[in-house]
Design a protein. Sequence first.
Length: 70
Amino acid sequence: MWVEHSSGGYWDFCDFPLRGATEEQVAEWPMPSPDDFDYSQIEAQCKEQEDYALVLATRGSVISSTARVL
């Protein structure tokens, strides 16, 4: 759903597929594997930006990302 505010807006989640799920359903929920991603360029990218802080993030934090499925 689109949440509008005075400076624009953002997309927020309104569907929580694991709400009310059993422990077995949670355990069987498909999660991405770290092996699905290409990390081969990370070291070179970090060296190119060595004068800056490194911030690793997905769309949201670990806590809010987890909350999207509950």
